[in-house]
Design a protein around this ligand. Structure first.
Ligand code: ATP
Ligand code: MG
Length: 420
């Protein structure tokens, strides 16, 4: 029995399920790669201050969920809880924004870490694919990202999801609203922690999931009534562009999201088959983040989609991804000489671009054919000493069961032709 187990709140991706995760990452990133987004990869940990300032000290992510630690050298680091701050930090560090090519469009895929209470769809190690468009204030960019996420989910065969959309205003109008909301919240009967949150980040109180809090929030001032003309016009343009693209969304004036850096456009993708962990992705505009982490003003927009929850959403909808078998040809050799010859053929097939595998471990015919079956290969190549003496191998079509002798020298060409 194994002594060690995966740590609490984590799980391993193992075959055959792990191919689904690869397929989901591929499907989410495909529309981005097709739309001018370049791949970026950043370290799994960063200076803790990057997140404390960028994500916001009063957010749950920073105050409760972050894996922060001191290194032996005395550096204060944190495992990354999200991608945006890191990507922006990397773009600034490499001066990507100074090359006259704004917006800088980037996509990423990786692991993120949050010390959360583990439950279905909520883990301490999870994976996201994300996109950031840095350095342009253009409603078409916000619309592009929402449309690409919609396209990604649809390409996977998902349909039971909804897009929630809101505007959080900008540095002109949001403070006025914040003030109004705060004085409303001060009149409520809230617990100590929520009172404190109302002082630091009152918009997040709107996001409180508890029913007794939500009941008191009826009649709270809504941000929409406070948006300045510029924010209103911007938001209307985003809505019009998404609508014109045929992407359905719902206006959700209570949508605020858990990160402090969002301004104007904010959105979330929720899936109705997931119970309480319903958010499969989210994002928005973060015009102030660059300055918060010491950079120039760089209005930007982005999203991150959760891979784990997307896989759960596929299961909830009963979607079976069409994932082709990874092996096309499985070689079964009977006897020492046959092993040497077929092993060489497998190498040749692989070099010719045919996915091939070999019966290892010196199994008998029965066991080896079982492996051939399990591999999902279209063809099994079987050879013993007698076949080889005649320069032949047996090629078995695993779908039809038909078997025929093929000249060893023509095996690669024959297989390639029959697979095409
Ligand atoms: P939630 O409200 O469920 O806590 P969030 O607002 O914290 O989500 P984001 O920070 O916007 O989530 O991250 C984007 C996506 O990453 C989420 O929509 C979700 O799919 C995924 N995600 C976030 N936290 C976790 C987690 N602990 N486990 C699995 N997936 C997660
Ligand atoms: Mg969260």
């Amino acid at each position: 029995m194994a002594t060690f187990k995966a740590p609490k709140g984590t799980y391993d991706l193992i075959p055959p399920v792990s191919v689904k995760y690869l397929a989901v990452r591929e499907a989410i990133s495909a529309p981005l790669r097709n739309s001018g987004y370049g791949y970026i990869e950043t370290p799994g940990f960063e200076d803790v201050g990057l997140f404390a300032r960028g994500v916001g000290e009063s957010t749950d992510i920073v105050s409760k969920e972050m894996y922060a630690f001191e290194t032996k050298g005395g550096d204060q680091l944190a495992l990354r809880p999200e991608g945006t701050a890191s990507v922006l930090r990397a773009a600034l560090e490499a001066s990507l924004h100074k090359q006259g090519n704004l917006p800088v469009k980037l996509w990423y895929s990786g692991s993120y870490y949050r010390y959360e209470r583990p439950q279905k769809g909520r883990y301490r190690h999870f994976s996201q694919v994300g996109a950031e468009a840095i350095g342009a204030e253009d409603p078409a960019l916000d619309a592009e990202l929402i449309i690409l996420a919609d396209q990604a989910y649809r390409s996977l065969g998902l349909s039971d999801f909804r897009i929630l959309l809101n505007s959080l205003g900008d540095k002109e109008c949001r403070p006025v609203y914040r003030e109004a909301l705060q004085s409303f919240l001060r009149g409520l009967d809230l617990d100590e922690e929520t009172v404190r949150r109302a002082e630091i980040n009152p918009l997040r109180v709107l996001d409180d999931k508890r029913a007794d809090v939500q009941k008191q929030l009826v009649g709270a001032p809504v941000l929409r009534d406070y948006l300045c003309d510029a924010c209103k016009a911007y938001h209307e343009e985003v809505r019009a562009l998404i609508t014109a693209a045929g992407v359905a969304f719902e206006d959700d004036e209570k949508l605020v999201r858990g990160l402090d850096y969002y301004t104007r456009t904010t959105f979330e993708f929720v899936h109705d088959g997931l119970g309480s962990q319903s958010a499969v992705g989210g994002g928005g505009r973060y015009d102030g983040l660059s300055e918060m982490i010491g950079g120039p003003a760089l209005p930007s927009v982005g999203w991150a989609l959760g891979v784990d929850r997307t896989v759960l959403a596929l299961e909830a909808e009963g979607v079976e991804l069409d994932i082709p078998a990874s092996t096309s040809v499985f070689a079964v050799a009977l006897g020492e000489e046959a092993r040497r010859v077929l092993f060489a053929k497998v190498t040749e097939l692989r070099k010719a671009g045919v996915a091939a595998d070999f019966s290892f471990g010196g199994k008998g015919l029965k066991g080896a054919m079982k492996d051939a079956n399990r591999s999902g290969a279209r063809f099994a190549v079987v050879a013993g000493e007698r076949d080889l003496a005649e320069g032949l191998v047996q090629l078995k079509d695993m779908e039809s069961g038909e078997q025929s002798a093929v000249a060893l020298a023509e095996l690669v060409d024959t297989v390639k032709a029959r697979l095409a």
